[in-house]
Write a protein that binds this ligand. Structure first.
Ligand code: ADP
Ligand code: MG
Length: 339
């Protein structure tokens, strides 16, 4: 008869890591979300070999207290929620307390951090889930997390990694989504010796979009705003003269979190029906803001999908807002120089 055993923490973390950490881009996403939750106003990201060799994120956020460093890398350890009820009011990017546990289980991770109250910082290294003793470290207020040799101890996963070029593409995309959601934060991204992005803080979303995608696209954007309490929809859609062969330039945000939502993408397509050739996709940067309890973000570990309490209402709001916008806009009057 087979014997039933409870799995060790290390095996549990490796299983969880498989869900949350798929490739360097997932690490970039998780670390940047933590920096946003820490209230950082400046974040530097450095990658080597598409992130396969090194992913380093440095922020000037609230830092982690020395006594809490060990907790930060434990599974289901979080400072962001305490009760199950909190799950219905999540106001932070993280809440599951599994990212750092997962990452440090499948890489050589270094956490270096200092809180504003502390006279100096502290450093914790975790190699494949095995923590070394905490040592003092000189560092400014904030947190640096270094992730080296991702998947070194899970060879099967490692074999699934693609070339550095492919991985840097995915990692850059993860960076772009967070940078778009947080225009008031200064972000930098370096890959090897190359600076990929340097995005100064701004209050103007269009400036952040221009910084990421260029002035030409930013100038072809049409303002969208619709306030239907308690839901607001704000952002930009591109003049139909600008479109894509895929839907990758459709950025949707819910309360500052980048989401994927087929229904909303469908509404977008409907709004542009007749305005685009077949096979072309609209471009949008749209953010919905609503009370946290009207959406459930705890659907999947990566939190890219959400469940809305009233998805139909969002669908109609998006569709009708865009339709009336297009009716009142001269769409032939393209951006300057387009004629
Ligand atoms: P979660 O974000 O779901 O809480 P994580 O594993 O991502 O779980 O992080 C665990 C905890 O470590 C967080 O709750 C937070 O308290 C702390 N932490 C992680 N990254 C940072 C950071 N950059 N700055 C300050 N605290 C951090
Ligand atoms: Mg987190």
């Amino acid at each position: 008869m087979p014997t039933i055993r409870q799995l060790s923490a290390s095996v549990v973390n490796k299983i969880a890591a498989g869900e949350v950490i798929e490739r360097p881009a997932s690490v970039v996403k998780e670390l940047l979300e933590n920096s946003m939750d820490a209230g950082a106003t400046r974040v530097d990201v450095r990658l080597e070999q598409g992130g396969r060799e090194l992913i380093r994120v440095t922020d000037n956020g609230c830092g982690i207290d020395e006594e809490q460093l060990t907790l930060a890398v434990l599974n289901h350890a979080t400072s962001k929620i305490t009760t199950a009820d909190d799950l219905f009011e999540v106001g932070t990017m993280g809440f599951r307390g599994e990212a750092l546990a997962s990452i440090s289980e499948v890489s050589r991770t270094l956490l270096r951090s200092r809180t504003p109250e502390a006279a100096s910082g502290a450093e914790l290294r975790v190699n494949g889930g095995v923590a070394e003793p905490i040592v003092p470290a000189g560092c400014p207020v904030g947190t640096t997390i270094e992730v080296r040799d991702l998947f070194f101890n899970t060879p099967v996963r490692q074999r699934f990694l693609r070339t550095p070029q492919t991985e840097i593409g995915h990692a850059t995309e993860a960076f772009v989504r967070i940078a778009l959601a947080n225009p008031q934060v200064h972000f930098r991204l370096e890959h090897g010796n190359r600076e990929v992005h340097d995005l100064p803080p701004t209050d103007d979303w269009r400036v952040r979009i221009a910084g990421l995608f260029g002035d030409e696209l930013a100038n072809a954007l049409i303002d969208v705003e619709s306030i239907d309490p308690p839901i607001t929809l704000r952002g930009y859609v591109a003049n139909p003269q600008y479109s894509r062969a895929n839907n990758r330039l459709q950025y949707l945000f819910l309360n500052g979190r980048n989401i994927r939502d087929r229904a909303l993408q469908h509404a977008l397509g409907e709004a542009y029906r007749g305005l685009l050739l077949t096979g072309r996709f609209p471009i949008c940067f749209l953010r919905f803001d609503m009370p946290a309890n009207l959406a459930d973000v705890n659907v999947h570990p990566t939190k890219l999908e959400v469940r809305f309490q009233d998805g139909g209402r969002l669908y109609s709001q998006l569709l009708s807002t865009l339709r009336s916008k297009f009716l009142s806009t001269d769409l032939r009057a393209g951006p300057a120089g387009q004629g």
